[in-house]
Structures are given as structure tokens and as C-alpha cells.
Design a protein around this ligand. Structure first.
Ligand code: SAM
Length: 425
């Protein structure tokens, strides 16, 4: 953190804890520990997911043991909290004061921090009501050097004609607590969005070519390359070759270098059309990763009851990209603001372990658990199901975490997957 530049707000030094199902209270000092109660289990075999009904901070307090959650360090956090926009939605309220909202966010991110693996990343999904303040909160919790990028997700393809400027994106702030340099070595690349061709009939299939140069002067990447026509080449002014000489020689041996001008021009690198050839960028279009409307259509297809169609679900394809970039199969993905359960649903289909919390009993029992029951039961045919060849399977647990101060309604006991799935038909 650079000196002196911090965001402060009333009660900045206090902890904001849940006082009942919807409200919070600031307290000074440490809070009493919280306990969780088993409410049920859906599916067969080992449970690889947990739905915690309760405040995210309480859920971590009750369920994290010895710096781990579900016996693991967390590899990826995606959080999509209420945006601080002073709105009421069908399923939840977004009406906290700015100070309470900032404490709410800060305290829950701070509770996640000791549970993160060294390779973790934290993705905070907001709109622009609070994203400028939230960035300072993330700096406070993880340090400025943990900032990686802000993704611009195109959430709608249509124009909102009643507004001064139609906002069609949400920002997603990405932090890697071990620093972006380290995270670059452990994050996954994404599939190329540009179609390739196979100009040399390479048996490995279609490929795209990119310049074999990199910006800036790097001493180890300044050497002479002789092209097939015998012409000596050096990197263009202000640039270096893309890799060191031994790497270049290996690429030549592997037939990964393409020469322009039929061998008399520059070297270019061949990237094959397999998953993971492209460095993720910051602009994610709705066509590539879905829009809010796509997410609503998916949920509407799952639930006959209109009230189960959540107001602000995120599309599965968006979460799929985030989960792909930030984690590998078997690793733990966490979402403290579960809502309709998109993160958990996609994580399950992608073979990750997952943990999600959601405060509202009605949202957990009417939307989140029934949705995840369709994933486990193999009756969710939308979202990324086809892409991942998902046919159902696995299991998850449901627990209820009670707030330290007030009372909440009992979460209806979930008997088994067949019973929950039948409620959706
Ligand atoms: C924007 S929605 C999340 C939508 C979700 N990403 C999806 O795709 O459906 C935010 C959710 O966070 C829940 N929530 C708000 N404060 C919370 C807290 N302190 N702990 C757990 N859940 C909370 C709200 O009830 C709401 O369902």
C-alpha cells in the first residue's frame, strides 16, 4: 500500500456483522464464533460442494477450519454482491448506506484472505456505482500490487432508451493476492476467439500466426535469425524477439515457426486452435460470454414458477470463462453472494469443488438449492451443460449458519435430490 492514500468511512475500524436475515450491525473488537447446522444433502457420492444459508462472513467463520475451507485453500473467489445502487429487487434489497456497504465488502474479503491459496485470484463483479471505491477497498485488503485488471463485461446488447447514457457493461475487478506477476504463471489462457486456417497442411490442425517479436529491449532476446532464404534478421527497432534463441530453435524444430514471403520474410509463431492459446483480454462481449438476458432465459427454462426467476443472475458462460482462467479441476471455487447459484452450478459442471453462501432463506430454498439439484440431477440442459458434456452427478451439502445476534427463519430441510428436483417441475 502506498503511504497515506486510503479510503475511510464512518465506523471504518469496526466489524460489520449480520444481525438477522437482512440487517447488519457494527461491532468493536472480535465477534462471538458462529455455528452451522446441517440441513441436508443432495445427490449421490462424495459432496464436492457446500451451500451455506447465511451471511458470507458468518459462513466462513463457522465453516473454515485451520485456514482452510472444505479441507482446501481457495483457488478462486468470484463475488457479485448487491452493487450499492439503492434498489430493491424481487429477491433482495440493495439499500445499504455507502459506509455499511464498504464495511460489508471489506470485512468479507478480509475474512477470505487467510483462506486463499498462493495461486488464488479474486474477481469482484460490480457496476460503476461503487467500483471506484471498491478498488480502494481491495487495495486496502490485498495491496495495490495485487491488482491485475478490470474486465469490462457487456451485460446487454440492447440500448436502454430511458437513460441519459445507456450503460451496457459491468466492471469486474480482478486481484491476485500473490501479485500479478506470479499469477500470470499459474492462470490459464482462453480458447482463441479468432478462427484459424491451415496454410501448410499441419497435421495438428488449424492455426493462427502472431509476430515473433515482443515490445521493448530484452538483452537475451536480441540475436540474429537467418530465414530460409538466407537473409539475416534482427528484431525491429525498440523490440526484441518473442523468445530466447534456445526457445526459438525448439520452436523451429517443432515446426511452430511460419515464415512470411515464402521464407524470405519475418518469422511468425504458429498458435494452434486448442483451448488456452490466447491471453485473456479485458473486453468480454455479450456474444462471447452471454448477457443478463441469456442468464434469465436459462433460469426461466429451469423453473416453471415465475418467482424463481432471479432478478440479477449472471450467465453461465461468463462464470465458465472466469473459472477456466482462475482454477483447475478439483480446486476450490468460492462465491459468498450466491443468488441463483450460477457460480456453484458452473463450478460443479466443470469439476471444481465449490462453496457458496446466500443470506436469504427464500432465495436458498426456492432458487439456489433447486437449481443446483437440477445440475446434480442432470435436468439442467442450459448454460454450459452441452459444452462440458454435463449429464448430472455428484453431490452437495446444505448447511444453515445463524447470525450471532438476531434470529432467522429455519431453512426448510432438503430431503433428497428427487424431492427437490420435483419441486421445479
Ligand atoms: C447480485 S446477487 C448475486 C447473483 C448471482 N451471481 C447469480 O448469478 O445469481 C447478490 C446476492 O447476494 C446476497 N447477499 C447479500 N448480502 C449477503 C451476505 N452478506 N452474505 C451472503 N449473501 C448475501 C443477496 O441476497 C443476493 O441474492
Amino acid at each position: 500500500m502506498t503511504d497515506a492514500l486510503t479510503l475511510t468511512w464512518p465506523n471504518h475500524d469496526r466489524l460489520l456483522i449480520a444481525s438477522n436475515e437482512t440487517d447488519y450491525e457494527w461491532i468493536a473488537g472480535d465477534a462471538e464464533p458462529v455455528k452451522a447446522k446441517d440441513r441436508g444433502r443432495i445427490g449421490e457420492g462424495e459432496a464436492t460442494g457446500v451451500v451455506a444459508c447465511g451471511d458470507g462472513l458468518d459462513a466462513l467463520d463457522a465453516l473454515a477450519i485451520d485456514g482452510k475451507l472444505m479441507d482446501q485453500k481457495i483457488r478462486l473467489v468470484y463475488v457479485d454482491p448487491p452493487f450499492g445502487a439503492q434498489k430493491r429487487f424481487g429477491h433482495y434489497r440493495d439499500t445499504l448506506s455507502t459506509a455499511a456497504w464498504l464495511s460489508m465488502l471489506r470485512d468479507r474479503l478480509a475474512a477470505l484472505k487467510p483462506l486463499l491459496s498462493p495461486d488464488a485470484s479474486v474477481w469482484l463483479h460490480l457496476d460503476e456505482t461503487m467500483s471506484h471505491r471498491a478498488r480502494l477497498v481491495l487495495d486496502e485488503v490485498f495491496g495495490e500490487s495485487a491488482y491485475v485488471a478490470t474486465i469490462v463485461w457487456q451485460k446487454r446488447l440492447t440500448v436502454e432508451s430511458r437513460t441519459a447514457v445507456s450503460v451496457s457493461h459491468d466492471p469486474i475487478l480482478v486481484y491476485a493476492p500473490a501479485g500479478r506477476k506470479h499469477w500470470k504463471t499459474v492462470r490459464n489462457r482462453i480458447a482463441s476467439t479468432v478462427a484459424g486456417s491451415n496454410r501448410d497442411g499441419d497435421p495438428r490442425g488449424p492455426w493462427r500466426d502472431a509476430p515473433f517479436t515482443a515490445p521493448g529491449y530484452r538483452a537475451g532476446q536480441q540475436y540474429t535469425i537467418i530465414n530460409p532464404a538466407g537473409i539475416e534478421l534482427t528484431p525491429p527497432r525498440g523490440r526484441s524477439w518473442f523468445a530466447t534463441r534456445p526457445v526459438f530453435e525448439r520452436l523451429v524444430a517443432e515446426d511452430r515457426i511460419w515464415w512470411t514471403k515464402r521464407g524470405a520474410g519475418q518469422p511468425r509463431i504458429k498458435n494452434f486452435e486448442i483451448d488456452g492459446t490466447q491471453v485473456p483480454g479485458t473486453i468480454w462481449s455479450g456474444e462471447e460470454v452471454g448477457t443478463n438476458d441469456d442468464a434469465k432465459r436459462h433460469l426461466a427454462g429451469l423453473f416453471a414458477e415465475a418467482e424463481s426467476v432471479f432478478d440479477t443472475p449472471k450467465p453461465e458462460a461468463l462464470l465458465e470463462r472466469i473459472i477456466h482462467i482462475g482454477s483447475n479441476p478439483g480446486e476450490l471455487v468460492v462465491d459468498l453472494f450466491g443468488g441463483s447459484g450460477t457460480t456453484a452450478a458452473v463450478a460443479h459442471k466443470m469439476g471444481r469443488r465449490w462453496f457458496t453462501s446466500e443470506r436469504l432463506v427464500d432465495t436458498v430454498s426456492n432458487v439456489l438449492v433447486p437449481r443446483l439439484a437440477t445440475v446434480v440431477g442432470g435436468t439442467d440442459f442450459g448454460g454450459v451443460t452441452t459444452k462440458h458434456g454435463w449429464a448430472g452427478g455428484g453431490a452437495f451439502e446444505v448447511v444453515q449458519v445463524r447470525p450471532r445476534l438476531g434470529r432467522v427463519r429455519e431453512l426448510p430441510y432438503v430431503v433428497d435430490s428427487a424431492a427437490s428436483a420435483s419441486r421445479n417441475r
